[in-house]
Ligand binder design. Structure first.
Ligand code: PLP
Length: 280
């Protein structure tokens, strides 16, 4: 929603084709021309940035991307995006809903790449790794000041409750004080990924603890999720239209709260159900 505070119908937004639905809706709300580029395809982004800026049709051009892609767990190529943005004078916007708390020792994808002063907008949610509700936009002071007077949802909706604010602040303090939870989450993520890969599941291109088991067929994916749940593993099926047709997957979200025993049990259940359903 910060997008519509700075972009309007005379502008264009270059948007990764796998961007999350909230990014797409935010862009639509701004009425700017949306120009999708191939997922993490930097050649395509460069080409489209060149066309958009050289056409002279737009006042401003923004590039917008997820920091971590929620369905596959892969990471945006921010260093290349920044390079292209500098070349064509683009505004840069990273939605880090799945990167905050997970990359850059908890600070997110932008910090992970050391690009804090190169990205104009860093937006995140407090509802995922932080475990509360709400969200934030970080950027230069003048940008933040602008949003305070121009972002309609910020102006016209009720603010967070004091309890939510306290819980979110405490969660962030814990992340700053120690990397214990952060390290545990990565350890658990890597352990689960190795286990599932070892069984022969296709876990795609994930570079983060988000662990999809890509099955393909929509019905089989839903059946697998149901059988896993009956055996004690809660992993939701994600199918078309949330992901492209034929790339149905069950998505696992290992956390710092899982124990090694839980993960071993889960891997055993995956083996049992996967063999029973003939998907491994
Ligand atoms: C979940 C998510 C959001 C929305 O966050 P809420 O806190 O549920 O509003 C926005 N962007 C991305 C990329 C997300 O994954």
């Amino acid at each position: 929603l910060a997008v519509s505070a700075v972009m309007d119908k005379n502008d264009a937004i270059l948007s990764d084709s796998l961007n999350h639905a909230s990014i797409i809706d935010g862009c639509r709300l701004s009425k700017a021309k949306i120009i999708p580029y191939g997922h993490n395809d930097m050649e395509d982004l460069r080409q489209k940035a060149k066309e958009a800026t050289e056409s002279g049709q737009y006042n401003k051009v923004m590039v917008i991307t997820d920091g971590v892609f929620s369905m596959d767990g892969d990471i945006a190529k921010l260093p290349e995006i920044v390079e292209i943005a500098e070349e064509f004078d683009l505004i840069t916007y990273v939605d880090d809903a799945h990167g905050s708390g997970v990359l850059g020792k908890g600070a997110g994808t932008v910090k992970h790449f050391g690009l804090q002063d190169k990205i104009d907008f860093q937006m995140g949610t407090l509802s995922k790794a932080i475990g509360v509700v709400g969200g934030y936009v970080a950027g230069k002071q003048e940008l933040v000041d602008w949003l305070k007077v121009r972002s309609r949802p910020f102006l016209f909706s009720t603010s967070l409750s004091p309890a939510d604010v306290t819980a979110a602040t405490k969660a962030i303090d814990l992340l700053i004080e120690s990397t214990e939870l952060y390290d545990k989450m990565w350890e658990n993520g890597n352990y689960l990924k190795e286990g599932l890969k070892g069984l022969g599941f296709n876990i795609g291109e994930s570079e983060t603890p988000i662990t999809p088991c890509i099955i393909g067929d929509e019905k089989t994916t839903q059946q697998l999720s149901k059988r896993l749940n009956e055996e004690g593993v809660y992993a939701k099926a994600i199918v078309f239209p949330t992901v492209p047709r034929g790339t149905g997957r069950v998505r696992n979200m290992p956390t710092a709260a899982h124990t090694k025993e839980m993960l071993d049990d889960a891997i055993k259940i995956y083996e049992k159900v996967g063999k029973e359903m003939d998907v491994i």
